[in-house]
Design a binder for this molecule. Structure first.
Ligand code: HEM
Length: 239
């Protein structure tokens, strides 16, 4: 087996993928350990307090975990849901009552969404409490504010999708509030609804925002957020 691997790695194709040949000597073994992808995404050094659970309470990591659960369960829900005013409510009932494990994945999606909003908010409180918003992390705080706003907007756009009474009237309240914003209120309202009242156009827009636009924006912002944590010298220390 070892011989097959060695031959594979030394072949032209193998050398184009693995940079350091077969690691059968101490030098190649340490090169493999220090230059592989996982070492690349992990910091070389971590400060001791950064590992202390009671400093961060792992709230940022838990927010990310919720997001991953939401993507996984959301993709499964998309298999059974059609964003049409004729079908959405029926599809949701069918998902809840008939599809295998439909009730489980739908509830997991809802609870993870509630948890994510709460965890992101608590994470922000922790960052504030430990004074981690100060320089050099000011820019990351600003990215964080956008992360919170996009998370809340994701939750709001998802609220309309079951197309039940609660969804309809709940979103009505929000959209009417947006209409009161000075100068741009009416335009924002029309942009969200695509019409004068909530109907098929609004459902299509909310669905598109919920499953494509906002998750993509969140992923980009999170990539920037994590990159900045590394570039700002890792987790802040007690001041
Ligand atoms: C989707 C939302 C978010 C995710 C997934 C996320 C993720 C993370 C993670 C994993 C960390 C590393 C340490 C920790 O767990 O506390 C962190 C740190 C940080 N986050 Fe967030 N975060 C989010 C939202 C926010 C918000 C809303 C703010 C503030 C408005 C914020 C500001 C910061 C700052 C300044 C740091 C550096 C803290 C330090 O060095 O002590 N983040 N974030």
């Amino acid at each position: 087996m070892r011989k097959v691997f060695r031959r594979l790695i030394r072949s032209q194709v193998g050398r184009s993928i693995f940079r350091h040949g077969f690691p059968d000597n101490p030098k190649d073994q340490s090169l493999v350990m220090t230059s592989h992808f996982l070492s690349h995404i992990h910091p070389v050094k971590v400060k001791k307090h950064g590992l202390s659970f009671t400093y961060t309470f792992g709230l940022g990591g838990l927010s990310l975990t919720c997001f991953l659960v939401l993507v996984f369960t959301g993709v499964l829900l998309m298999l059974y849901y059609v964003p049409s005013t004729e079908r959405a409510y029926e599809d949701m009932l069918n998902l809840r009552n008939n599809a295998s494990f439909g009730w489980f994945f739908r509830n997991l999606h809802r609870w993870a969404a509630h948890a994510m909003v709460a965890l992101v908010f608590l994470h922000m409180c922790r960052v504030f409490y430990t004074g981690s918003y100060k320089g050099p992390r000011k820019f990351n705080w600003v990215i964080g504010v956008f992360l919170l706003l996009v998370t809340i907007f994701l939750s709001y756009t998802g609220y309309l999708l079951p197309w039940d009474q609660l969804a309809y009237w709940g979103v009505n309240v929000g959209v009417n509030l947006a209409g009161y914003v000075p100068v741009v209120g009416d335009d924002v309202q029309y942009l969200l609804l695509g019409a004068k009242r909530i109907g098929q156009d609004a459902l299509t827009r909310f669905y598109l925002l919920h499953v494509v636009v906002l998750p993509a924006v969140l992923v980009l912002l999170m990539a920037l957020h994590f990159y900045r944590i590394r570039k700002d010298g890792g987790i802040s220390g007690p001041n």
